[in-house]
Design a protein around this ligand. Sequence first.
Ligand SMILES: [Fe+2]
Length: 308
Amino acid sequence: MTTHKYDPQFTQAVINATGPKATPRIRQITASLIQHLHDFTRENDITIDEWMAGLELMNEAGRMSDDRRNEGQLVCDVFGLETLVDEITYKLASDAKDEPTATAILGPFYRHEAPQLNMGDCIVSGIESTDRTWMHGTVTDFLSGKPIEGAVLDVWHTAPNGLYEQQDPNQPDMNLRGRFTTGKDGKYNFYCLRPVPYPIPYDGPAGKILQALDRHPYRPAHIHFLIKAPGYKPIVTQIFDRQSKYLEDDAVFAVKDSLIVDFVPYQGDPQAEFELHYNFKMATFEDAKKHSVAGTTTESATSLGSKI
Ligand SMILES: [Fe+2]
C-alpha cells in the first residue's frame, strides 16, 4: 500500500527528461514550472474536464489575438502576472537616495511608431471635450537631478468613450498618441485629455475569468508612457487621476501611490481646462544595475502590446 495519493516519482521523472543541451536558465525555469504545475494539479485534484476547460481558454485567447489585440497578455493582466513581472524586473533597492519613476505595466494597447510631434502639440483629433489638459514637466536623472536631453516620451490614452483608437473605427489612426523629444532643458509639454476609467475588453477569455471570479473589468483613468533616453533604462509607466474610480480595485492591479496625480483646473489657456504637472526620473543602465534585481532592454520593454 502506498502512502502517496499519486506516484511520487512522476514529477521528477518529467523534469529529468530535459536533455544536456538545454541552457541553464531554461533548465531552471522549466523544472520549476513543471514542479508547480504538477503540485497545483495534485493539490486541487484537477480533472480532465477542468484541464480541458483551461486549455480551451488558452486556445481561445490565442485565436482572438492578432496585431490589434493581445488576449493572452490581458489574461495575464487580470491574474496580476504582468504587474508582478514588472515589479520583479524593475525593483530598486530601498536604500537608493531617490528613486526613479515607478513603473507600471505596458498593457496590450501600446502601438509602435506613434507620430513624432513638437513640444506644445496636441495629441487629440476630432474630439470635442471640456477635459482638455496641458501636461508638462521635466525628465531628469534620478541621482544627479540633471535634465536629460533627447528623452523620447511616447504617450497614449483612451478617448472619452473609453476606447483606444485601434479599438474604435470612428477615431483617426494614431489618435491620442504621440512621441515628444526633450531638448537640453529636459522639459516636455503637450496637450491631451483628462482620461476616463474604461473596461478592459471582456468579450474573451479574460472577461470569462473576471466573470467567474465575480470581478469587474474596469481600470482607473490613466495615461500611458514609455520613456527612452540614450544611456538610460526605459521607463514603462502609467499615471493615474486621483479623482478616478477604481484606484483601489484596478482590474489589472497596476496602481502605485507615486503614480497618482492631480489634474488642476487651469485658466487663461484657450486650449486647456486642466493642468497636469509631472516629472519623470530615469536611471542610467549602470545605476539601474547597481540598484535593481534585474534589467531590461528597450526591445523587451516594448515587445508586447499591439504591433500595428
Ligand atoms: Fe490603458
